[in-house]
Ligand binder design. Structure first.
Ligand SMILES: Cc1ncc(COP(=O)(O)O)c(C=O)c1O
Length: 437
């Protein structure tokens, strides 16, 4: 068995929320340092309620949902509680992509409070993390919760078997099989012999129970309309559905008369989740070889990449970066337009760009973050006229291209709530995200 690692989550000293809250809550964001702002914390729950009403009115039902604690990047106890607590789409299931997130979910009481009951470790399982995952499973099962894994290679199955054999009472791990829907990101394509070999390994393993099939169309970010996003969703569903059909036919060929729960077909990315309407579901449901589950991560935060899909409104974007204008260069731009420098570079905004170009848009001003270096960025004009200069020393709020990586850069987030009167620049809370792996 490979050497096993452990997550020293108790040693991760996080910034002290209480002291931060005492220092800034109730104050205006104009007086705080360059930072990351999360707006309208309750917006997500509201949006889910609206979506649910809309779909109910169309005669549909929401598929069960699994939220990416990791990808929406609250990565915070507060964000997770809000996400899972919405009465409209109640779910206890999350997907994490680091062990640290999983352990911090436990440590922050979300499992003992019964808010999280199902943790999916969302990467194909690393064989040196099985002991760590096993300890996590032992811990959460005390509260009746479960840890699930993703597999996409028979070696992972072998390693799980070897681990369980070493225990006095071997268990069966609940796994999703990761299906590559053509993105070549993770998973195995149903069109390859490797898929059949993996199914054989899984069905013959005493250490595995197949829970379902999982596909993530990251390429759906290229959608620019509802119909395009819907077709990405259909292709995700098709990929997991073909996989489930093959698995079902294995079961029937084996002549075992065992009854089992339907496979869970887990699909989604934020654009495809937005397109998961009752109509789409209705189109798909008659063809399904399992129960549909929708997973989404970026969904509650959103950004310029999501704006470009045309499936959201600008007002739904709930994250921005506050930066200071530090210098100004009249006429320096290619078309003799002005440029300015701010203290938000790729450490603050990430290097993610998007189809709309650049690294971020300045809210309410005809400027964008056009170029970035490590610690600073160059603000360029979005319109030809040289109207509206930027004052040195003033602050700008920038919406970035991809919220996930941006949020990962900050030690805490200032929470404002522009749904409240005068709330758009008043700090109402501080969220401290979990860090590390
Ligand atoms: C495996 C997996 N599942 C789900 C998600 C969530 O996708 P999104 O943030 O587009 O909702 C991601 C995002 O990277 C992912 O990698």
């Amino acid at each position: 068995m490979s050497i096993q690692t452990a997550t020293p989550y108790q040693l991760l000293a996080l910034p002290k929320k209480d002291a931060l809250v005492r220092g800034v809550c109730g104050k205006t964001t104009r007086g705080i340092e360059d930072t990351c702002i999360r707006d309208r914390p309750s917006h997500f729950a509201k949006k889910l309620r609206q979506d649910a009403r809309k779909r109910a009115a169309m005669g549909g039902q929401l598929p069960s949902t699994r939220y990416g604690v990791t990808d929406d990047r609250p990565q915070t106890a507060e964000g997770t509680r809000l996400q899972l607590g919405s009465s409209a789409a109640k779910t206890n299931a999350v997907v994490v992509s680091t062990m640290m997130e999983a352990w911090k979910i436990v440590e922050s009481g979300l499992v003992t409070d019964g808010i999280v009951k199902d943790i999916l470790y969302g990467l194909p399982v690393a064989i040196n993390k099985i002991a760590d995952l096993s300890a996590l499973w032992d811990e959460v099962s005390l509260c009746g919760a479960v840890v699930r894994l993703i597999v996409d290679h028979p070696k992972q199955v072998e390693a799980l078997e070897a681990y369980e054999k070493s225990r006095t009472s071997p268990r069966k791990w609940s796994v999703f099989v990761k299906v590559d829907g053509g993105q070549k990101r993770a998973g195995v394509s149903t069109a390859t012999p490797e898929f059949e070999a993996l199914l054989t390994a899984l069905f013959t393993s005493p250490a595995i129970s197949i829970y379902g099939f999982y596909c993530h169309a990251g390429n759906a970010y290229a959608s620019t309309s509802l119909s395009e996003a819907s077709s990405f969703l259909s292709s995700e569903v098709e990929a997991v559905n073909v996989a489930a059909e093959r698995a079902k036919s294995r079961i029937s060929q084996s002549l075992k008369s065992e009854t089992r729960e339907p496979f869970v077909l887990s699909v989604g990315s934020t654009p495809t989740a937005h397109s998961a309407s009752a109509e789409t579901r209705a189109k798909l449901s008659s063809l399904l070889h399992g129960t549909l589950e929708l997973h989404a991560g970026n969904y509650p935060v959103l950004d310029l990449q999501q704006l470009h899909t045309s499936l959201i409104d600008r007002q739904h974007i709930a994250q921005r970066v506050l930066a200071t204008v530090i210098s100004y260069y009249p006429g320096r731009g290619d078309d003799s337009s002005d440029e300015a420098m701010c203290d938000a570079g790729c450490i603050a905004m990430s290097k993610d760009t998007g189809p709309s170009g650049g690294f971020g848009e300045v809210i309410g001003k005809p400027w964008r973050l056009g170029r970035i270096s490590q610690e600073h960025g160059i603000l360029t004009r979005t319109s030809g006229d040289n109207e509206g200069t930027l004052e040195i020393g003033s602050m700008v709020q920038i919406v970035g291209q991809h919220a996930c990586l941006i949020a990962a850069a900050y030690p805490w987030y200032y929470v404002v709530d522009s749904d409240m009167e005068g709330g758009s620049d008043k700090v109402v809370d501080i969220w401290v995200p979990w860090k590390g792996w």
